[in-house]
Ligand binder design. Sequence first.
Ligand code: URA
Length: 190
Amino acid sequence: MADWTSLQQDCLHCQKCALHETRHNVVFGVGNPASPVLLIGEGPGEQEDLKGEPFVGPAGRLLDDMLELIDLDRTKLYITNMVKCRPPRNRDPQNQEQEACRPYLDAQMQFIDPKIVICLGRIAAMGLIKPDFRITREHGQWFDIGTRRYMAIYHPSALLRDVTKRPETFVDLREIRAEIRRICPEVYDA
Ligand code: URA
């Protein structure tokens, strides 16, 4: 855990991009870093910036409900974002911000060594699965990259804006539950 703690400390003091000038808190991540399941969002919003924790605003409440639907909660997985500081007015994180922050995510991935990576929304999917990822067409599909299985689902904020996307997401969530049961059943046995 020593490496994890120093990684977190480095991240909490980061000034590698301009987002540090406007942040209140760095949002490193939450959950169980020993879990084989990693969820990755886009970047902190207002509530997350104020609390220093990912997905604690309206989208976070929906994410908790989505996890509950498949018998998961924050203690059974790890949740982080592509960028650890809030982009002003919740704009998409810019490429240079994502690049500056990427070593923290890569180090988290190396430490956690997840079997299953769930990208929450298009930004995470484009950064982690492929640059031309099309969320409307490719959500719910598994992509095998190295030793890990990746899937993207709609971002909870998108599901708040457009409830018609929720039934498809329910199908994706059930697929995620089935795959976790198949390749890392300890997540449910614990
Ligand atoms: N949206 C994200 O992508 N991440 C958060 O932590 C909160 C909202």
